[in-house]
Design a protein around this ligand. Structure first.
Ligand SMILES: *Cc1c(COP(=O)(O)O)cnc(C)c1O
Length: 372
């Protein structure tokens, strides 16, 4: 079935007990056993599994084309579960351009637990092999990346990882399974911050992992999830399942608006650079064109005049909201270097735009007046 149909039906049918078409929210933390001790519905205790989490994990696996999925209380809890499934002494390769929190987790938490890490500029897949070590167990990819929209060739990098006996995990948060399906390109694992486009309304925090195989590694991930307990609550799962139903249509609108905004900004005299993989001038455009079916709703720009000039733009917007995060109906603008630590590598004049579901003309008019 196509993505639109899977998004609507992939998680659940009508409720077997009541016929409810919209799924009920099951808050129960515990589930009754039969007289012989068996669990007739397969549920035991809410940290292990709940009906609402099972529905979310089913639809995520369907959308990404994976065998198994695990939902977490945040995107970073999902990322942590991957690193926690490795062992001390294991080596991880990370992209140079990667979500700031992912690098922070490795630097500040997992380095002390014995994971070693090397960065590679994955915009050039040839840079990955020289970073490999005999102990490399994981190549982490993020494409397009946060906040620079760097594009990595997932198919080539997954093949390089596999040749070295390592797994390839892809943070697919910015693309979503509507625009990009890393498992079909050879990746082993997909990570999502469901806080973003999957939830889609800026009202739920969550994360997920989807695995190509229900293999030994994923069983370790499952153990971290259920033994550690950073699980997504029933109402949070329900919100993400609901958000996913409209994801394919929302991504179309986000992409159309972002394309219009990126094209407008690319010709604006006060803009130094526009980072959007849909623009033919983007260095990763041809790879993105091959591996994505849509370029998504995120655009980053560098404003002429440096930090002060870029902050002045954020102070003047009226339709855009000055806030972090992304993937909701409201367009957001963020001076990204301000929320990352000094030395993160994000240019000081960079504004990250999450292009929402307003009309593109209103967004362009707002940016036009804010640029002055
Ligand atoms: C937001 C984000 C995360 C972290 O997810 P949380 O839900 O905030 O924990 C990871 N990767 C990317 C690309 C993100 O945008």
């Amino acid at each position: 079935m196509r993505v639109e149909t899977l998004a609507v039906h992939g998680g659940h049918g009508a409720d077997a007990a009541t016929g409810a078409v919209a799924p009920p929210i099951y808050l129960s933390t515990t589930f009754e056993r039969e007289t012989d001790g068996s669990l007739p519905h397969g549920y035991l205790y809410a940290r292990d599994a709940t009906p609402n989490r099972a529905a979310l994990e089913r639809v995520l696996a369907a959308l990404e084309g994976g065998r198994a999925a695990a939902a977490f209380s945040s995107g970073m809890a999902a990322t942590m579960a991957v690193f926690q499934s490795l062992a001390p002494g294991d080596h991880v390769i990370l992209p140079t351009s990667v979500y700031y929190g992912t690098r922070k987790l490795l630097d500040q938490v997992f380095a002390r637990w014995g994971l070693t890490m090397t960065s590679a500029d994955m915009q050039d897949a040839d840079k990955v092999a020289p970073a490999l070590r005999p102990t490399t167990r994981l190549v982490w990819v993020e494409s397009p990346s946060n906040p620079l929209l760097a594009v990595a060739d997932i198919e080539r990098i997954a093949a390089i990882a596999h040749d070295a006996g390592a797994r390839c995990a892809v943070d697919n948060t910015w693309a979503t399974p509507v625009a990009q399906r890393p498992l079909a390109l050879g990746a082993d694992l997909v990570m999502h911050s469901t806080t973003k486009y999957l939830g889609g309304h800026g009202d739920v925090t969550g994360g997920a992992l989807v695995s190509r195989e229900d293999d030994e590694f994923f069983q370790r991930v499952r153990t971290v999830q259920t033994a550690g307990g950073a699980v997504a609550a029933p109402f949070d799962c329900w919100l993400v399942v609901r958000g996913i139903k409209t994801l394919p249509y929302r991504m179309r609108a986000h992409t159309a608006n972002a394309t219009a905004v990126a094209e407008f900004l690319a010709s604006h005299p006060k803009i130094e650079a526009v980072h959007y993989p849909g623009l033919a001038t983007h260095p990763g455009h041809s790879i993105a064109f091959r591996q994505m079916s849509a370029f998504g709703g995120m655009v980053s720009v560098q404003v002429r005049g440096g930090r002060e000039a870029s902050l002045r733009v954020t102070s003047r917007v009226k339709v855009f909201t000055r806030a972090t995060s992304l993937g909701g109906p409201e367009s957001l603008v963020e001076h990204r270097a301000s929320v990352e630590a000094p030395g993160s590598g994000t240019p000081d004049n960079l504004l990250r735009l999450s292009i929402g579901l307003e009309h593109a003309d209103d967004l362009i008019a707002d940016l036009d007046q804010a640029l002055g």
